[in-house]
Design a protein around this ligand. Sequence first.
Ligand code: GYE
Length: 348
Amino acid sequence: MKSIFFRKWKARYLLMVVLIPFMLAINGCGRDFNVDLSNESVESSDIRDESLIVVGVSQLGSESVWRTANTASLQRAFSKENGYFMIFDNARQKQENQMKAIRSFISQNVDYIVFSPIMEEGWDSVLQEAKDAGIPVILMDRKVKVSDTSLYTAWVGSDFKEEGVKAGKWLEKFLESKGRLEDEVRIVVLQGTEGASSVLGRTEGFNEILRKHENWKVLECVNAEYTTAKAMEEMKRMLKKHERIDVVVSQNDDMTFGAVDAIRQEGLTPGIDGDIVLISFDAVKAALQMVQDGVIGVDVECNPDLGGYVQAIIEAIENGEPYEKHTYVEERSFTKEMVGQYIEDRIY
Ligand code: GYE
């Protein structure tokens, strides 16, 4: 933890390094510096306010509705009203951009670095640099695979493996209810970004249940990058290639939307009473509506509202209080029978 004096000095310096490139960008000549101030008007009071905690946030991209909700959650948590100055960088799906952003946060001497690592591997050196600079790093959403866990301070996110298990168990129950537990079940899997914790965990969890059923056949497991467009393309291709597909396991809702469109375009009916059953993850509002309509069989929730949890950890560190190294957030699954009561309150 750094002294107030240091923070005051640093806040003044930081506001200069943040604001100057921002002003240049407005004039069309700033290039690499990516500060999202769309929700923050930079007023002179910001410049004078030296008590704010400076948090550098490296978001991995904006590929999904989940990700947008996650970014909004961070913006709510790290607001000026809550005592924070947030420097936000969108890495646009590139690990090298995330590394650049983190190094830039280190050179600006921020108080905390918060980031969602696009993939698990490859973070040792940059995290070592943050540690050497004495800047706590709080991971959210996805994890990192490092030899030394002291390279990060804490992690907040979902139990992705458990999400995969829930998906598999729902499929068991569903097939049983249809009297199809013994039939051959032909499955395709739409996976998200290669090497991401959410992909690794959901795959591992689902496979744990899959292994118990010899009659469940995975025809293909493809990378559709967590996006609607890629999933639509892949789903169309697979529908042409395989004479019958019974189940699509789609590792996020955005890909599910693409798969549903592709299925319909092929003249088939997606849904629990249709030709192809869909299993999805995230549980964003538009997908919950599709659960209610019977188009998606189950949507396994993944909670993007992580800002408050990260903020609580920072506050504990600031106050010298204990905090958990790993925090798993609460989640449930949604099916047609019970989803109705949850749709209206969904804010994303
Ligand atoms: O499910 C997906 C997103 O890592 C949990 O990333 C996250 C996943 C989420 O883009 O929609």
